[in-house]
Design a binder for this molecule. Structure first.
Ligand code: NAP
Length: 307
């Protein structure tokens, strides 16, 4: 959509955050709206924490159709919504909001985004052991995703017994209550040989510390050859963690896919139309200065040859 094609009936979606100017969502969502030929725009709204409540009321009064929520508002927005899904209540955070008759409803599409690539794999999740590295905000979305997939056994591995315990206690009080096992980093070697899915939710390996990995090459060797390695980090792509997994011959997923799929899930809620996922992925990867999936496969096969 160009500025001259904005009309009196143009619908508005957006994202609230502070800061929000580095968000990758506006180009991705605007490309998708154009592809769907929807008379709509997606706008970044910088909202200072002190003005959150009035901003939410203002968005409603202005007829905004829905919005994404990013840092620092993902938890703080909840009291200003009419209702939230069980999923977002369990995660404790909302990232997608839409208009209902009496106000706003919110959910968490990070969960949908996380499981989207896994749903296409032919695993029997009811037999799967999942090991989640880290116990922060993203780990909550991952655990919610694994509960949704019906995974048999869920392990949280972290460096603080107290934080692990707090996570488990709050999870048991949530609508997605489910047994969770915990381990410290030193317990990892014993867990890996029967792990189906290993997920990194720590920032270890994120730009600029691109040589770091939450597991060593030797630990990667302990995983079964049919295991999946999933890193939530999207810069760099692939991370050192995923490069080690690829060299081991494992199936890998990176954080860009989760980012694309959470946006696609939000767009589907707002428009009730199938989102143009390929275009959204292409737009996001271009924003991140990353290659296409084909280029990445080529780079990985080159790095395998270098071993
Ligand atoms: P967070 O709430 O700060 O949690 C980070 C977790 O990593 C904590 O459990 C922390 O342990 C652990 N950790 C940090 N540094 C560590 C280290 N050096 N050694 C061991 N553990 C360490 O952050 P978050 O919001 O969950 O985000 C985590 C990562 O996920 C980030 O890289 C973020 O970019 C990524 N993410 C990606 C997406 C996506 O769409 N792809 C979405 C959300 C998040 P302690 O609790 O002991 O400090």
């Amino acid at each position: 959509m160009t500025r001259s094609s904005l009309t009196g009936t143009t619908q508005v979606w957006g994202i609230i955050g502070y800061p929000v100017e580095h968000s990758l969502s506006p180009p991705m969502q605007n490309a998708a709206l154009a592809q769907l030929a929807i008379n709509g725009v997606y706008v970044p709204f910088p909202v200072e924490p002190a003005t959150l409540e009035s901003a939410i009321t203002g968005l409603w009064s202005l007829g905004v159709q829905g919005f994404n929520v990013t840092l620092p508002h993902k938890q703080a927005v909840i009291p200003y919504l009419t209702s939230v899904t069980d999923l977002s209540q369990a995660v404790g955070a909302v990232n997608t909001v839409w208009r209902v008759e009496m106000g706003w409803t919110g959910t968490n599409t990070d969960v949908t985004g996380f499981i989207a690539p896994l749903q296409h794999s032919d695993r029997d999740w009811s037999q799967a052991r999942v090991v989640v590295l880290g116990n922060g905000g993203a780990a909550r979305a991952v655990v919610a995703g694994c509960v949704t997939l019906g995974c048999a056994e869920l392990w949280l591995v972290g460096r603080s017994a107290n934080k692990l315990q707090n996570f488990v206690e709050s999870w048991q009080a949530s609508p997605l209550k489910r047994p969770l096992h915990t381990g410290l980093t030193a317990d990892l070697d014993a867990l890996l040989p029967s792990t189906t899915l290993l997920v990194n939710t720590t920032p270890i390996g994120m730009h600029p510390h691109v040589e770091a990995s939450p597991v060593t090459a030797q630990q990667m060797e302990l995983l079964p050859i049919n295991a999946i390695a999933y890193d939530l980090i999207y810069t760099p792509s692939p991370t050192q963690f995923l490069q080690l997994a690829s060299r081991r011959g494992l199936q890998t997923f990176d954080g860009t896919e989760m980012l694309v799929q959470q946006g696609a899930a939000a767009l589907q809620i707002w428009t009730q139309q199938p989102p143009p996922v390929d275009l959204m992925r292409q737009t996001l990867r271009a924003q991140l200065g990353l290659g296409t999936s084909q280029e990445i496969k080529y780079q990985l096969s080159r790095s395998n040859q270098d071993v």
